[in-house]
Design a protein around this ligand. Sequence first.
Ligand code: ATP
Length: 362
Amino acid sequence: MIDIRNITKTFGGFIALNDVSLPIAEGELVALLGPSGSGKTTLLRIIAGLETADRGTIRFAGLDATELSARERQVGFVFQHYALFRHMTVFENVAFGLRVRPRSERPAESEIKRRVEELLELVHIGRLADRYPSQLSGGQRQRVALARALAIEPRVLLLDEPFGALDAQVRKDLRRWLRRLHDTLGITGVFVTHDQEEALEVADRVVVMSQGRIEQVGTPTEIYDNPRTPFVYQFLGNVNSLPCQVRRGEADVHGLIMPAPEYAGISNAPGVVFVRPHDLDIADEDHPASLVAKVGHQTILGPVVRVELETSYGEHLEAELTRARHAELGLSQGASVGVRLRRAQLFLTEAVRGPELRNDDV
Ligand code: ATP
C-alpha cells in the first residue's frame, strides 16, 4: 500500500533520516517507535506529504506519490495537540473537512449530517455533538480529532503521539479503542510513539528507530522476544547488563559459563549479557549455576516484587519476582544469595557500542 524507499532527509548538515526503506501493507497498523529525535515525526510528515525528502521515493498503491500533496494522497492526521476550531461545535469540527471540499465534490447537507453523526457514534461521543471544544475533556477532544480525520474517508490515517498528552488511564482506554476502531474500518494506519507499551499493544508491526535509521521491524512478539540489536533490547523495557568474556561458543560471566553457540568462531572478545528483570531468579548462595550477590532494597509493585541486588563485582541488578516466589524465598536485606539467569541475550561489546559510533559518524 505504502512503499517507502531509500528516504534520506537532512536539516542543514544534520541527517534526520538516513536511507530509510519500509513497505506498509494495506490495512496494516504500524507503530514508529524510538527515542526523541530518532526521526519518527519526520518520517510521518514525509509519508503525509508535509515534508519533502532529499532522496528516495514514496509510492501509494503502486503510484509514485513523491510529488503529490497531502490532500492528493488522501491522508488523515491526528496530532498530539490537535487544534480543534474553538468557535465551532464538535459537529462542525468533524464536518469541516467535508464542507471545504470544492462544490462538485461536496456531499449534500443531509449526507454530511448522516456521516458526521455516524462518526460521532463510532468514536462514542454522539451525545456531545453540540458542545464546544472547551467543554470537553482531553480524551474527548482526541476522539473529536480522530472523527475529524476520518470524516474525509482517508486511505491512510497518520497519528503523531495521539495520546501523548493524556493521563495513563485515558491513554490505555483510548489505545485499546483505537485498535478496535482500526479493526472495524480496516484502514491503513501509521502512528508515532515513544512509549514501547503503546507500540507493542496496539500495532501489527513495530518499527524501532534510532538516529534516523530503522533498527528493527517486526511484530510486537518478534521485537520483544528477539531484539536484533543491543539498542532494541535496551529500548524495549528494563534490562540488566553484565560484562562477560566470549570464548569459542561460550560466555564467561564472572566464572558463570553460558553457552553461546552463535559465537563459536570468536576466540576471545569482550561481550555484554542482557537479562530482563523477570528473567532473573534467586537461589541459595552456593548454587553452582549462579552469581553471588547481596540483597538490597525490595519494593512491592502490585503483583510483583522488585529486588535490588549487588553482585560481588559491584554490579547493580534488578530482579522482578512474583509475590508468591518472593514470599517463598523470604529474602532479607543484606542476605547473600545466588542469582540465576533464566533467559539472557549476548552481544559483543563492539555491537553494543555500534549505535553510539554511528552518531559520531554523522
Ligand atoms: P520526538 O519524539 O522528540 O518528536 P522524533 O523521533 O519524532 O522525536 P523528529 O521530530 O523526526 O524526531 O526529528 C528528528 C531530528 O531532526 C531531530 O534531531 C530534530 O531536531 C531534527 N529536525 C526535525 N525537524 C527539523 C527542522 N524543521 N529543522 C531542523 N531540524 C529538524
